[in-house]
Design a protein around this ligand. Structure first.
Ligand code: SF4
Length: 336
């Protein structure tokens, strides 16, 4: 949701540094031009603006901030469908049967990933069901989310973002040596590389909180295509997360049902998105601060649901919300 804060009232660190530099340069240029009318006033204006920017720069340095919004300090620069804008990230989950909004939350983190598990759990509680499918786009994907949702018994359908692209300069690994081209052999816990060599378990490595099992082969030393597979002099390594089988299962599930589920997700999103933004004209906030914006968005959600229930009631005599096997979808409003 577009925040109550103009784009010109939000500064990023780079932006402030650049503007101060430009101001200093302009200041010295103006001094060298005696023919300019009102030169004194112009220099004073430049000086005043530079002071203001330096004050903003000082505030950002003191609080170690990368950006600052002056009107609503809790709003943040986010990517929207029309470019960057100052926003709040409003998340909703929508039920697939009646297109009602089941849960919502408002935060100022531009990414969606951290909302996936709590929103799914809250939605399940609200729908009073043990059988929940949660559909979301790739912005919600993380290995941790897949594991947590699995542990909580929620069936997730989230497309995996593409990774393992070739290195920009070296082009390594070439597409035919991407991670996906290495086959895992469950029976003997090995990998088969694209050249048909067997990679054995070598060691364990911890990266942040995740534990990886490392696989490699001595065949790399003599491999004729090594330069396209790895830049490491020790040869190519495969890193397998300790819960990788959950990701593999999810990948297989997406191969089988992913496109149908994502089609459904897209259709579910259209209804509340169109109604809130167009019919209720509520793609922006009137209030400031996360707590108030959250309350404001809660009222928008209530209005949407009431409108929706009135429509449903006119079609059916009785709606049953709880107790069924349900689907929800998560999506985000960063509307400008
Ligand atoms: S470099 Fe190693 S892992 Fe890569 S294809 Fe050759 S043998 Fe296989």
């Amino acid at each position: 949701m577009k925040a109550n804060n103009g784009r010109d009232k939000t500064y990023t660190k780079d932006n402030v540094d650049k503007r101060i530099k430009e101001m200093d340069e302009n200041d010295s240029k103006e001094k060298d031009k005696p023919e300019i009318v009102n030169m004194k006033e112009k220099i004073e204006t430049l000086k005043k603006r530079t002071e203001e920017l330096k004050e903003i720069q000082k505030k950002m340095d003191e609080k170690s901030l990368n950006e600052i919004s002056l009107t609503d300090p809790e709003s943040k620069l986010m990517k929207t469908r029309t470019g960057m804008d100052v926003c709040y990230n409003a998340q909703i989950s929508v039920d697939d049967k009646h297109h009602l909004i089941v849960e919502y939350e408002v935060h100022n983190d531009p990414t969606d990933c951290s909302s996936m598990v709590p929103m799914s759990e809250k939605s399940r509680e609200m729908l009073e069901t043990d059988d929940l499918e949660a559909l979301a786009d790739k912005g919600y994907f993380s290995a941790e989310n897949i594991k947590e949702l699995h542990d909580k018994g929620i069936k997730a359908f989230i497309p995996e973002p593409k990774h393992g692209m070739p290195h920009k300069k070296t082009g390594v690994p070439a597409p035919e040596f991407h991670e996906s081209r290495f086959r895992y052999n469950k029976e003997d816990d090995t990998y088969t590389c694209p050249q048909g060599n067997i990679m054995h378990f070598m060691s364990k490595r911890r990266n942040e909180k995740k534990l990886f099992l490392v696989y490699g082969t001595g065949a790399c030393a003599q491999c004729p295509v090594k330069s396209r597979c790895t830049t490491s002099k020790n040869g190519r390594r495969m890193y397998r997360w300790e819960h990788q089988e959950l990701l593999d299962d999810h990948r297989n599930k997406m191969l089988l049902h992913g496109s149908e589920k994502m089609k459904k997700r897209k259709a579910l999103v259209e209804h509340p998105f169109g109604t809130i933004k167009r019919a209720l004209n509520s793609g922006y906030t009137l209030l400031r601060g996360k707590r108030k914006v959250s309350g404001e968005f809660g009222l928008i959600v209530l209005a949407y649901n009431m409108k929706r229930v009135i429509n449903i009631r006119s079609e059916e005599n009785n709606i049953k919300i709880a107790g069924d096997n349900r689907n929800i979808t998560l999506f985000q409003f960063n509307m400008a």
